[in-house]
Design a protein around this ligand. Structure first.
Ligand code: TRP
Length: 324
């Protein structure tokens, strides 16, 4: 069976952007029964930018609980924590021997983070894409459900796979991104994408109906009529499409261009549609939070299953690189 790997950094709870951009794709692939799926919490990647060591382990656990709450099942998918499988780190080191510094310095993701945290431009940050390539290739995964912003990282993984295969005769696949239709989720501010690091931009999976209503109410809008749909109005329409369908978006956009629309009703309906999707996830999470032992067992079992595969790949690479 072909393999799938994906991961989410442990920087707090999932928001709607992670959910639509990555988690829905993870679910789709897990439920297709055509793939062996590995889904991890990228706690080592969390260390590449400033973080709180007191809350890290809880954040890691929260992502596992979120995975379970959205409906990923440990019977179908290997759910695990990246740092519990140290083979990722070993493979990343071998991969770093075929990766140039210049290449890593030119990645847009590196430049963005370096600008955001000028005091933390570390080796680990530079190495971020190499570790990510190791995450994927240690399972020889061919498909990676992630958002579009991760495309440059996948390109690096493909280049590393090619290099390793050429120089050392390994058989790494060239992993491809698996796209979902919610891969670009706009920010509620009307500018850019939904992101945990931009205040007022996101809806959490844990938000209740009144919180969602007040956040949606803040999407900037205009007088409700015009010829071009831009800014916050466009954002609103994108959310309408994601949660109420393309037809509803077209209907509203038609009205905007003719008789005009009233935002209060639209925002109210949209908030209800978003909450309807989140409520069952929230109920499952409440159940899971009562069952510490079950979550612990999932985490332990996931690490064991992941390591069994990762060990084999690392042993093969060591042999082929002449390390014996
Ligand atoms: N870089 C990813 C992100 O920020 C997280 C990640 C780490 C990842 N390792 C991965 C995603 C491997 C997919 C596969 O979203």
């Amino acid at each position: 069976m072909k393999r799938v790997l994906s991961g989410i950094r442990a920087t707090g709870r999932l928001h709607l952007g992670n959910y639509l951009g990555a988690v829905k794709g993870m679910l789709e692939l897990a439920n297709s029964n055509e793939y062996e799926t590995f889904y991890m919490v990228a706690d080592l990647h969390t260390l590449t930018t400033p973080y709180d060591k007191k809350t890290l382990s809880q954040s890691v656990r929260d992502v596992i609980v979120d995975y379970l709450a959205v409906g990923l099942a440990p019977e179908k998918s290997t759910l695990f924590v990246q740092s519990h499988v140290p083979e990722h780190l070993e493979l990343a080191y071998y991969f770093s021997t075929v990766t140039t510094v210049a290449k890593m310095q030119h990645l847009p993701t590196f430049k963005d983070k370096a600008k955001q945290y000028p005091e933390h431009v570390t080796m680990a940050l530079l190495n971020y894409p190499v570790l990510m390539a190791a995450d994927i290739l240690v399972y020889k995964a061919e498909l990676v459900p992630v958002g579009t912003d991760q495309e440059p990282h996948l390109e690096v993984a493909r280049e590393i796979a090619r290099r390793m295969n050429q120089d050392y005769g390994t058989d790494f696949p060239e992993p491809k991104r698996f796209a979902t239709n919610g891969e670009y989720v706009p920010s509620l501010t009307g500018e850019g994408k939904m992101s945990k690091t931009v205040e007022g931009s996101y809806i959490n999976l844990t938000d209740d109906l009144s919180t969602i209503k007040s956040k949606v109410a803040r999407i900037p809008t205009d007088e409700g009529k015009g010829s071009e749909i831009l800014g916050g109005v466009k954002t609103l329409m994108e959310f309408v499409e994601l949660f109420e369908g393309k037809e509803e978006r077209e209907r509203l956009e038609g009205l905007y261009r003719t008789s005009g629309i009233r935002y209060s009703e639209i925002k109210n309906e949209l908030s209800k549609a978003i909450f309807k999707e989140l409520a069952p996830i929230q109920n499952r999470r409440a159940e899971l939070e009562k069952d510490r032992e079950y979550v612990d067992k999932v985490i332990r079992g996931g690490a064991e299953k992941a390591r069994a595969v990762a060990r084999q790949t690392v042993a093969e690479v060591r042999r082929k690189m002449g390390l014996g």
